[in-house]
Design a protein around this ligand. Sequence first.
Ligand SMILES: Cc1cc2nc3c(=O)[nH]c(=O)nc-3n(C[C@H](O)[C@H](O)[C@H](O)COP(=O)(O)OP(=O)(O)OC[C@H]3O[C@@H](n4cnc5c(N)ncnc54)[C@H](O)[C@@H]3O)c2cc1C
Length: 331
Amino acid sequence: MRRPRSFPADLYNGHMKTWDAIVIGAGIIGLSVARELHRRGMSVLVVEKGEAAREASYAAAGMLVGSVEESPPALRELASTSAKMYPEFVHELEDESQSKVDFRQEGTIVLQRAGARVLGASSNTLTSSELRKREMQLEAEGYEAVMVEEASVNPRALSEAALTTCKHRGVDTSLRDEVVAVEVVNGRAAAVRTTKTGFAAGLVVNCAGAWAGKIPPCSFPTRPVKGQMLAVAMRDRNVLRHVVRAPEVYLVPRSSGRLLIGATVEEAGYDKRTDADTIHRMHRAGCGILRRDGPFPGWHFACASHGEDHRTGGLWGEGGLGHCGLFAGQV
Ligand SMILES: Cc1cc2nc3c(=O)[nH]c(=O)nc-3n(C[C@H](O)[C@H](O)[C@H](O)COP(=O)(O)OP(=O)(O)OC[C@H]3O[C@@H](n4cnc5c(N)ncnc54)[C@H](O)[C@@H]3O)c2cc1C
């Protein structure tokens, strides 16, 4: 067995299975990082406490928010760089996995009130007849409508494609195996300890999303943020083509005819319960800007803010970036 690159020689034990890199967490971030490291010639192990891609990456609406004004200042460069890279990323994933991720480039219509603009005045402001031409079913009375060039994706299909790609490439996985600690030797991350066993590597990347800050010894500044949303079945697929973001609610159509209505942003820890009143309130808000829809069950999941720890050599942290984390996948 060969010693992984950058694995400390004095720690190397020929009988212990080792990788160049261990990625903690098989959400969209972990899977994308694993794929990229493998592309660069590294042997990679992904360790996941549950099933792959069943947490925030399963719950996300799929908006790829590239507009600079809507992104938090610290993420603006990342957002716009990512928006440019996304089509290529999607193309590669679809090609390698032989599956589709419902990448849509219809654009987003942002509805804003005159006194509370999110986007500055621009040539992309739609007149009411332009808006009607684009979206017959949108009820935008009292709003200014701004067209934004922005794509969306089906995050479940995206994660599934990333997982398939990792498998095809020979990335190893250890599922239902929780990392309880990162072992640090001489100031470098050298291994992970799990509930079942231990794995060694020259590099450890913490992609544990909302849980990233809970894996000792490094406490990344992460916190869980709960979001509840629901999906409705559109009566026909063309009821809505664009993503629509209004102050109280957003609507994200899928090519399958599903329409997502979301989402709350709640400081509720790791509580994953949905409540009927909230779902009904969002449903009403969705109906308020859309003339036709139909009922469908709701869901919610937790996602995280981001952070990284530079104090430990070889240990990187990449969590979900609030409600706009999908774009981080390919950068
Ligand atoms: C309701 C909602 C809507 C959203 N909508 C959007 C959107 O439209 N656009 C957008 O860009 N973003 C959106 N987001 C945010 C997006 O979902 C996240 O930013 C993104 O999915 C984070 O991916 P991740 O891989 O970091 O986290 P996750 O998908 O949560 O993956 C982390 C993984 O790490 C695993 N893990 C945790 N601890 C351990 C451990 N100790 N050992 C091993 N494995 C561990 C978890 O089981 C999990 O599988 C939304 C989020 C929510 C909740």
